[in-house]
Design a protein around this ligand. Structure first.
Ligand code: B12
Ligand code: SF4
Ligand code: SF4
Length: 259
């Protein structure tokens, strides 16, 4: 199985992938409808990274993850193709892919698979791409041999905690600004000010931008991200397939008006 996958990953341009046991994740599955898609007797998780930093300079008024076509589609298509090949080759086994909309704690799965360390900013930090990569995974009832990976953390400099404008990283009772930008219900004055002061209409990258482990993070080579790159949100642009489309146009239009 591993040799077969190595070939597929090479063809698909996936540089970072790994494996972990499902039983290390199953006690903290998220309650969501995607949980129903998990294969019966899930045994292994195949994790992989989809780097998404297209340009060195930051986008103007959106976060990096929103500057490219919605990753659920771009990375989802790659994951779908891999699952198809696996199902053809291993007919007696089940394979289900997930990305973001997943019952799995993806950062933990990626750390356990050896794809990077867990940052104080909650994110997976990879040695080449930093934290600017999405995590996707395939869950299967095929038992894959895994190498025990020790829990690894970032260098713990504390810069992200200092820079976070809402205090979310120190106290989860606070809201993350990324969440605020996606909020459908009416914003409080304080929330409106947060959007204005940090000049973001979708997402927040502050805790990633200050992270020294992101300093030399490499640019992505995934064509779907490179070709779809836009460095700002412009009112009345076509938002089809963008990361901000799922909330409906009203939300991002409200945010741009605040700027
Ligand atoms: C809900 C969610 C959000 C929410 C809440 C985030 C949160 N941290 O609570 C909001 C909307 C705010 C959000 C924002 C963002 N998100 Co988000 N989000 C998710 C989602 C769907 C679930 C995360 C979650 O609820 N975790 C639960 C909490 C409890 O986990 P935790 O605190 O991190 O971890 C605890 C334990 O699990 C354990 N643990 C964690 N890791 C490990 C590892 C080991 C080895 C061990 C033993 C234990 C352990 O210790 C922790 C402390 O108790 C994941 C996808 C997924 N299915 O995992 C994406 C995901 C984490 N998000 C992602 C991204 C890109 C973002 C943003 C950067 C987007 C942006 N630019 O605005 C921001 C970053 C915010 C931040 N710094 O946290 C990516 C991160 C990729 C990466 N490199 O890590 C993910 C993985 C989606 C994806 N498929 O790529 N997100
Ligand atoms: S994304 Fe922004 S608000 Fe959320 S934890 Fe990071 S710095 Fe704080
Ligand atoms: S800024 Fe420092 S503490 Fe925060 S994730 Fe990066 S290395 Fe870790």
């Amino acid at each position: 199985m591993k040799n077969f996958l190595v070939e597929i990953f090479k063809n698909k341009g996936i540089e970072f992938y790994g494996f972990c046991d499902f039983d290390k994740l199953q006690n903290e599955l998220f309650e969501c409808s995607a949980k129903l898609r998990l294969p019966k007797n899930s045994a292994s998780v195949i994790t992989m990274l989809f780097p998404y930093k297209v340009r060195k300079e930051k986008p103007i008024n959106i976060s990096r993850y929103a500057a490219v076509e919605d990753y659920h589609f771009v990375a989802g298509k790659i994951l779908e193709d891999i699952v198809k090949s696996l199902k053809e080759r291993y007919e007696d086994f089940s394979f289900e892919y997930f990305i973001d909309n997943s019952p799995i704690n993806e950062v933990k799965a990626a750390v356990l698979s050896g794809l990077g360390v867990k940052g104080k900013n909650n994110l997976l930090i990879n040695e080449k791409y930093g934290s600017f990569c999405f995590i996707g995974e395939i869950v299967t009832d095929y038992k894959i041999q895994t190498v025990e990976n020790s829990i690894t953390n970032c260098i713990n400099c504390g810069e992200c905690l200092k820079a976070c404008p809402t205090g979310f990283l120190s106290d989860k009772n606070n809201k993350c600004l990324s969440f605020v930008t996606q909020q459908k219900k009416e914003l409080t004055e304080a929330e409106k000010n947060l959007i204005k002061e940090n000049k973001t209409v979708w997402g927040c990258d502050i805790c990633q931008n200050v992270c020294p482990m992101n300093k030399n993070s490499a640019l992505t080579e995934i064509r779907g991200f490179i070709n779809s790159y836009r460095n700002e949100y412009i009112e009345n642009e076509d938002i089809k397939n963008r990361a901000y489309a799922w909330r409906g146009e009203k939300v991002i239009k409200r945010n741009i008006k605040l700027l």
